[in-house]
Design a protein around this ligand. Structure first.
Ligand SMILES: Nc1ncnc2c1ncn2[C@@H]1O[C@H](COP(=O)(O)OP(=O)(O)OP(=O)(O)O)[C@@H](O)[C@H]1O
Ligand SMILES: [Mg+2]
Length: 455
């Protein structure tokens, strides 16, 4: 409690001590700032007009050194400008002098209650965020153990991480694991797919833009880097960015500074950067397609996701995980899988890695209607020698199977196209398949004009 008027100080001290609070006094702005710095009290009540450092100045210093400390200002009548300024600077409330004693006690109680509540909310929010977290990373193989170890070691630092590996190996999952195990977990995790947008749009997306900086820039917009402040930004498919964006990214990594498109004002951002690629960045550097200095900046710590074919012992675990995740209906028990079908899954080479396995299981659950999954519900039954000898009826069964798979695939693609508003790159991203594959499927299913325009 700070006031340069000794009589007010002793009055307030008496009052608050009687109410059971532990009270310290200060008579100047400088003094109060020092006490807050060392003792971090719950609440400061201080006069706006004090010698040396005035109340507003003291307020902003307190907010800078001890943001958790609530501040109630005392002002004389007719100083509403100052009062407004105090609220802007983060004061909890202000009381006008001369004041009623009841009013003070009431304000103090309200303030402390409010603090307790917001503390609780913050704790809850943190707990929830670590709960929602992310999907569990499944796998016990030794290459995966190495991945977990590295994630554990680097999560708490702010070091840039480069995640490499083939498509579908879980790069994004690892990025999530790093974020949610870091001290930034209560901050945002912002994801950007660098392949999804053409250069100029990607630049605007990442760095933001000022109003009118290009046709269509109708209003100022913050970029993803700014939105990721106090959190993590995940730049996926980093091998796709053009030289101009590479140069800008280098600057962000060096100085943690960005400029919006159409502006030269430097904005500081407090971010952690994680990037991923399924390309060989070293090779891109050799081919002069990727800046060498940027490569070194990104490659501080790298995590390589092993392809699924190199850790087949993880297949049964993953199958179990996906069976539990993709049930036939929300209330259904997880489907079971026959020994023979599981062996097929283990034998397969998985060019699309875990994502492909997940898709296969998801389809199989639907085709088997949640009952036991046999190799008939797996998409690579044709060339196998397993159930070939059963003879006669199988071809029609098979064609039923194929028709069902095709229908399912078509439905998925149509849904993605609808959800993406006809944007095929976005639809491909949502489906987790390459654009090239999507185009081929669109042709196969004659979905060129889908979804129909208009409305
Ligand atoms: N170890 C794992 N445990 C559980 N699920 C996994 C695992 N690895 C991948 N997945 C799942 O597989 C899918 C693909 O994973 P993810 O998106 O992380 O792959 P990616 O490496 O980023 O692929 P791409 O390069 O194609 O973007 C996701 O649905 C993810 O949840
Ligand atoms: Mg990915």
């Amino acid at each position: 409690m700070a006031d340069d008027d000794a009589s007010i100080r002793s009055l307030l001290k008496q009052l608050l001590t009687d109410e059971g609070f532990n009270v310290m006094e200060a008579s100047t702005g400088g003094e109060v700032v020092e006490r807050v710095k060392s003792d971090h009290p719950d609440l400061v009540i201080m006069d706006i007009r004090m010698p040396e450092v005035d109340g507003l100045e003291a307020l902003s210093r307190i907010k800078a050194t001890s943001p958790q400390t609530a501040v109630v200002m005392m002002t004389a009548f007719g100083t509403s400008n100052v009062a407004i300024r105090a609220m802007e600077l983060g004061a909890f409330d202000y009381i006008t002098k001369p004041f009623e004693l009841d009013k003070i006690i009431h304000t103090v109680r309200r303030c402390l209650e409010y603090k307790e509540l917001t503390n609780e909310v913050q704790v809850l929010r943190q707990e929830i965020s670590s709960l929602v977290q992310t999907e569990r990373i499944v796998g016990n193989s030794s290459p995966m153990q190495e991945v977990y170890k590295t994630v554990g070691k680097v999560a708490k630092s702010d070091a840039t991480v480069l995640v490499t590996g083939e498509s579908g190996t879980g790069k994004e999952l690892v990025a999530e694991a790093i974020h949610y195990n870091s001290n930034r977990r209560s901050g945002p995790l912002v994801k950007v797919s660098c392949a999804a947008l053409p250069e100029t749009l990607l630049e605007a997306e990442l760095f933001g833009h000022e109003k009118g900086s290009f046709t269509g820039a109708l209003a100022m917009r913050k970029g993803r880097f700014e939105l990721a402040d106090k959190g993590t930004i995940f730049l996926d498919e980093i091998g796709e960015i053009t030289p101009s964006v590479q140069t800008k990214l280098l600057r962000v990594l060096q100085d943690r500074i960005i400029e919006r498109v159409g502006s030269s004002v430097a904005i500081k951002v407090d971010i952690r950067v994680i990037v991923a690629t399924n390309q060989d960045l070293g090779k891109l550097v050799e081919q002069n397609k990727f800046r060498e200095d940027l490569f070194y900046r990104l490659n501080v710590i790298s995590i390589h996701m092993p392809p699924l074919r190199d850790r087949k012992e993880d297949v049964p675990l993953l199958v179990e995980h996906f069976l539990a995740k993709h049930r036939y209906s929300a209330t259904a028990q997880p489907a079971a899988i026959s020994e023979e079908a599981l062996n097929r899954l283990i034998a397969y080479e998985w060019p699309g890695n875990v994502r492909e396995l997940e898709n296969v299981i998801q389809r199989a659950v639907v085709l088997s209607r949640g009952q036991i999954i046999t190799s008939r519900e797996l998409p690579f039954g044709d060339e196998g020698d397993g159930d070939e000898e059963e003879g006669g009826e199988i071809p029609s069964e098979r064609s039923f199977f194929k028709r069902s798979v095709a229908q399912f695939e078509k439905d998925l693609i149509m849904k993605a196209l609808r959800d993406a508003g006809g944007n095929r790159s976005k639809a491909a991203e949502m489906l987790g398949i390459y654009r090239r594959l999507l185009y081929a499927k669109i042709k196969e299913y004659k979905l060129e004009g889908y979804p129909p325009k208009g409305r």
